[in-house]
Structures are given as structure tokens and as C-alpha cells.
Design a protein around this ligand. Structure first.
Ligand code: KG4
Ligand code: ZN
Length: 342
């Protein structure tokens, strides 16, 4: 059985993980989040420089965590897109150097396929058909997934504008909460009343696309709300909780609609916003009521990490997929159809 190394550098996390035959052997993560806080968002050049600095120490830390040595590594998988171009290049270059140096195959993979594969590390192989809700900083999509590697993934819907995580980050900024906005809003909302402000659920009208997502109008609604003289008794925590409730209600409602529409009884929720406590609890409640099996990875596997890239690499290796070409490049924007890129 091949040990697959996974390398992730699409945004501000340098992740390295090792997976063999569906089992996570060990991983390590370095983050440059602290360096972006004062800018209120990720600065690509800073992220890329941090990846260059963190790459080799993170590789070594992941090897140590897994109790492995370099000769044990049998294949290298790397996020080749989508993401920040300068950041992706660091990972792709490191992966090529590693694969060449060790004389092992290289697999460029799609970041979002990695998010979905993360769940298989804890809950085992996906069933024959599942609905995957991806809610991350850059994407919000409902997918009909079969095996992740061989059969093309069907997009049932993609957000028309902002992604769910982007909405969390922008709304946090409006509320004066620190970057990254998702965890800040999640924390602040614990003290708030989710029914304090009734934000209109986006694209939930009779004539709206049943599975469609749009979050920029919601962000504007929060902006208008906070610009008005504050209703007496409504705190920042109340606004945060009300916004969070609106996003959770919207994404969970649409994910369950997708399950019904496609007659699928497994829902997998992945990506950074899957770490949100209300998204998780509401999905649990509603899936239990609907008799849908819910799979959500543990929080540390929801946000970007190297283990998820090793997981999708491992699925490709076991499926006998051909390695990527030697001139594999990074693609900042690339639709998810198949897990393997280039
Ligand atoms: O999947 P991810 O780590 O990176 C991308 O591929 O984009 O997702 C990052 C996004 C950010 O927008 C962040 O604010 C959001 O996930 N996020 C959360 C939480 N933790 C991270 N959003 C809501 N609640 C959280 N607890
Ligand atoms: Zn991600």
C-alpha cells in the first residue's frame, strides 16, 4: 500500500498530510493568518512568502507526526487549483521537487475534491451517491458525487455571487470583528439571540431557483442594518447570531432539497463553514428529522489542511489514475469536475 503525501497551499494555510489506504497517518499545519489580520483579509504575497518559509518545517513535522521517513513516501499529491496563484505555485513547486527527488509519481488535485475527501478519513468511503455541500471561503456549491475520482462530479448549483465563508468574513468586518470572520462570528453569536433580527433568507422565494445560493444581498442587508440607528436592546452578538442563523438555515434547507430532488440519503458538508457550530447543529436536527445520514468531518479537517489533499491523492492512487504531467501548473480558477488536475 502506497503512502501518499498531500501538500496544500491554496490560501493562508501550509498543510502537509500522509494517508495510506484511506487512513490518516499524520499531518501538520502552519498558518499565516496572524500576518493578514491587520489587512482584514489574505494578502497573496504575504501568504506565498509564508508558504516558502513554512514548507520544509511543515513537511518534517508531518513526517514526525506520522512516524514516517522520506523513503516511505510513495506518491505526492498537491493542490493545483483553485486558489491564490502565488500561493499555489509554492505548493506545486515543492511537490514537484519532492516527487522528483524521491522518484515517485505526482498528482495535481482539485482543492474542493480534497475538502470532500477529508470526510472519508473519518467516516470511510462515500456511498454510491451522495450530496456534497461545499461551503468554503471561495465556494458554495451543491454537488452530486459518486466516487470523487472516476465519475464526473455534477454541479447542482454554485453561488451566484459571494461564497458563504466570504459572507462571514465581510459581515465580521461590518460588525468590527477580527479576520477570519467565520470563527469570530461563531464565537460572538454564542452570546446572541438568533431571532433578534429576521434577515430575509436569500433565494428562498417561490420563483427562485430551488437550489440557488446568493450571499451578497444578505451582506448588504447586514450593512444597511448596522448603518441604521441601533434598535434598543439589539447587541452586536444578536446581529452576528441572526446573520449566522440565516446562512445556516439557507444552506441546510437547500442541501436537504438537493437530497430530496436527487433521491439521495447521504449529505456530506465540507469546507471552512462546515466548522460553524450552528451549521453543524441545524444540519444534525434537520437530517435526523428527514432520515438523511449526515457526514461532517471534525472541525480541523473542515478548514484547509494537508490531510485532505493526501486523502484525495490516496483515492486516485488506489483507483490507478495516471500521474499528472511533468509541466503541471497551478490554476487559480478551475471548475470541479474531476479530482485530478493536469
Ligand atoms: O475551506 P476554507 O478553510 O478555505 C477555502 O477553501 O476557502 O474556508 C475558509 C472560510 C473562511 O471564509 C472562514 O471565515 C470560514 O471558512 N470559516 C467559518 C468558520 N471557520 C472557518 N465560517 C463560519 N464559522 C466557522 N466556525
Ligand atoms: Zn478550502
Amino acid at each position: 500500500m502506497t503512502v501518499v503525501m498531500g501538500i496544500e497551499t491554496s490560501c493562508d494555510e501550509t498543510g502537509v498530510g500522509f494517508v495510506r489506504d484511506g487512513e490518516l497517518l499524520g499531518d501538520a499545519l502552519a498558518s499565516s493568518i496572524d500576518e493578514h489580520v491587520r489587512f482584514g483579509g489574505v494578502v497573496p504575497e504575504i501568504a506565498a512568502r509564508a508558504h516558502v518559509q513554512a514548507m520544509v518545517p511543515t513537511m518534517q513535522a508531518a513526517l514526525d507526526d506520522a512516524g514516517l521517513a522520506w523513503p516511505d513516501v510513495g506518491a505526492v499529491a498537491v493542490t493545483a487549483g483553485p486558489g491564490l496563484a502565488t500561493a499555489l505555485h509554492v505548493g506545486v513547486a515543492a511537490a514537484k521537487a519532492t516527487a522528483l527527488g524521491l522518484g515517485v509519481p505526482l498528482y495535481g488535485v482539485h482543492h474542493l475534491a480534497g475538502h470532500a475527501a477529508a470526510d472519508t478519513l473519518v467516516h470511510g468511503p462515500l456511498p454510491e451517491r451522495s450530496i456534497v455541500l461545499i461551503v468554503s471561503g471561495g465556494h458554495t456549491s451543491l454537488l452530486l458525487v459518486r466516487d470523487l475520482v472516476r465519475t464526473p462530479i455534477v454541479h447542482l448549483s454554485d453561488t451566484l455571487d459571494d461564497a458563504a465563508g466570504e459572507a462571514f468574513d465581510k459581515v465580521a468586518r461590518l460588525l468590527g470583528l477580527p479576520y477570519p470572520g467565520g470563527p469570530s462570528i461563531d464565537r460572538t453569536a454564542r452570546e446572541g439571540d438568533p431571532t433578534a433580527v429576521r434577515f430575509t433568507r436569500p433565494l428562498m422565494g417561490q420563483r427562485d431557483p430551488a437550489l440557488g445560493f446568493s450571499f451578497s444581498g444578505l451582506k448588504s442587508a447586514v450593512a444597511r442594518y448596522v448603518a441604521r440607528p441601533r434598535d434598543p436592546g439589539v447587541s452586536t452578538a444578536d446581529v452576528a447570531a441572526s446573520f449566522q442563523e440565516c446562512v445556516a438555515d439557507t444552506v441546510v434547507t437547500k442541501a436537504l432539497r438537493a437530497c430530496r430532488q436527487e433521491d439521495v440519503d447521504t449529505l456530506v458538508i465540507v469546507g471552512g463553514v462546515a466548522a460553524n457550530s450552528r451549521v453543524r447543529s441545524l444540519a444534525e436536527e434537520r437530517c435526523a428529522e428527514a432520515g438523511i445520514e449526515l457526514r461532517v468531518p471534525p472541525m480541523r479537517l473542515c478548514t484547509d489542511n494537508g490531510a485532505m489533499i493526501a486523502a484525495i491523492g490516496d483515492l486516485l492512487v488506489r483507483d490507478g489514475a495516471p500521474p499528472s504531467v511533468a509541466d503541471l501548473g497551478a490554476r487559480s480558477s478551475v471548475p470541479l469536475e474531476l479530482a485530478r488536475l493536469g
